[in-house]
Design a protein around this ligand. Structure first.
Ligand code: NGQ
Ligand code: ZN
Length: 465
């Protein structure tokens, strides 16, 4: 005899995308902590009192790479620099740093709260914050050294999105331990200082990991010290690093060490399934094979990589090596899980002059394949039990809106339309995180107020730069 179902901890879906594919008449049940305890097919007539999903149900998407503050700078560097014509990732970074200089803790919280509301409305239910804006504008520690981290946690909690906070270790301006630039002083910490921030985040009950920023910014000894310090706090905590994003970075790494960045990292750190290699745009075939064999996840950020002119990640080669991957919205030029997946596939189509490139024999419907793969890879990067409609995972769901433009379509057609033929957000109806509904008919309770505060914070910042 099973216990009676609590209607506020169960949902019935006529169609649900389980890890093996679409299933009919699925009952999902979760416990008081928001974890799924049962996912099974039922006779629909036996669950008449259970709330019903209003459309096809899919797992909420983890967003594995975010610099929240950059949302307020998105779209503000889309012009040719005077007299140059040579705009690049590096000139963008100078402008972005200028914008980052004066962001206050309150402004960060307001920007992040709005961003996380936008993420939820776009189908993201978790976020990994790769957070490096630690200190005040002059580089002084705040009275509370984790001040800025705590603001991000408060924003995530207010919006209702799951978060993994990855305080960033940043020490150098370039390979060979070049001293940091003046406009990087807000980022700088010793390993001990950074691990204290990790402890403060954990004391709030939040999931924490670390992010050595890049091989440019963290030297070999500091990287080793950071990983061993983290292991003594939590040997399961995720470790994220930016790597091989720009061709220039690869050349500089080779000039410095004789090795390409991914090759260097695999030779000098015990990379395993806890690691998320963000971008990894420029890998050769040997690096691809070796990186996939470690179990690490690649964090692909297609809209940002396009915006910054990084290059095209070889997703086909990575999939052939059985590599795990997920998506991140990074600089937030776009905040839309469906658009990231579309751009990822389109870049492969454009370079290969083929169609349906990332579909698999198991999931010939390309949107099914993309959604399932990036939800499970993204989940690995979060270090949290999310990313699947499966027992043990958090009850994080997205319901597609089949009442409007998706009407009349089968569930796989609806998901394909969502990813390839819609404006993303228009086709997300309801969103749950940990069994709590955060978006209802496309609306989030906080959307108006959060947007106002975001706009005010951005206006203030624009007056200062
Ligand atoms: C960041 N963003 O840390 O925000 C970086 C730029 C850098 C991306 N790489 C700075 N997309 O890599 O040095
Ligand atoms: Zn980044």
């Amino acid at each position: 005899m099973t216990a009676p179902l609590a209607p506020n901890r169960a949902l019935f879906a006529a169609h649900a995308l389980l890890p093996d594919g679409w299933a009919r008449d699925v009952l999902l049940v979760w416990d008081e902590t928001g974890r799924l305890t049962d996912v099974r097919s039922v006779d629909a007539s036996t669950v008449a009192l259970i709330p019903r999903a209003a459309g096809p149900l899919i797992a909420g998407m983890p967003n594995l790479h975010s610099h929240a503050f950059q949302r307020a700078f998105a779209g503000l560097s889309e012009y040719r620099s005077a007299g140059s014509g040579n705009d690049s990732f590096w000139t963008w970074r100078d402008l972005m740093y200028r914008f980052a200089q004066s962001i206050s803790p309150e402004q960060l919280q307001d920007i992040a709260t709005h961003l996380y509301v936008e993420m939820l409305q776009a189908g993201y239910t978790s976020v990994c914050e790769f957070h490096y804006l630690h200190h005040d504008a002059s580089g002084e520690r705040y009275g509370e050294p984790a001040e800025m981290s705590l603001r991000l946690l408060a924003a995530a909690q207010r919006a209702g999105i799951g978060i993994t906070l990855l305080p960033v270790l940043y020490q150098n301006a370039g390979f060979g331990a070049l001293p940091p630039r003046a406009d990087q002083r807000r980022f700088i910490n010793g390993v001990d200082g950074l691990l204290r921030i990790v402890e403060r985040i954990r004391a709030q009950g939040a999931r924490a990991g670390v992010a050595p920023h890049s091989l440019r910014a963290v030297a070999q000894e500091a990287l080793a010290e950071l990983v061993s310090g983290l292991n003594s706090i939590d040997p399961t905590a995720p470790i994220h690093v930016h790597i091989a994003e720009q061709a220039q970075e690869v050349q500089d790494c080779v000039a410095w060490s004789g090795q390409r960045p991914v090759q260097w990292l695999l030779d000098h750190a015990a990379v395993d399934e806890r690691w998320c290699l963000v971008h990894a745009t420029h890998m050769d075939a040997a690096e691809t094979r070796a990186a996939a064999a470690t179990g690490a996840t690649i964090g692909v950020c297609p809209s940002t990589e396009a915006n910054l002119g990084d290059g095209v990640f070889d997703a086909v080669g990575w999939a052939a090596a059985n590599g795990h991957w997920g998506i991140g919205s990074d600089s937030h030029a776009s905040v839309d899980a469906a658009e990231e997946l579309r751009l990822l596939e389109y870049a492969q189509r454009l370079t290969r002059q083929q169609r349906n490139v990332l579909a698999s024999a198991r999931h010939p419907q390309i949107a099914d394949q993309l959604w399932l793969a990036s939800a499970s890879g993204g989940a690995r990067a979060t270090g949290r039990p999310v990313g699947a409609l499966a027992v043990g995972a958090q009850a994080d769901f997205v319901v597609l809106d089949v009442a409007h433009s998706l009407a009349g379509l089968s569930p796989p057609q609806a998901l394909a339309n969502h990813v390839f033929a819609s404006h993303g957000r228009n086709t997300v109806r309801d969103v749950w995180v940990g069994g709590q509904q955060r978006v209802n008919c496309g609306r989030h309770a906080l959307e108006g107020a959060a947007c106002e505060r975001f706009v005010a914070a951005r206006s203030q910042l624009l007056r200062e730069v």
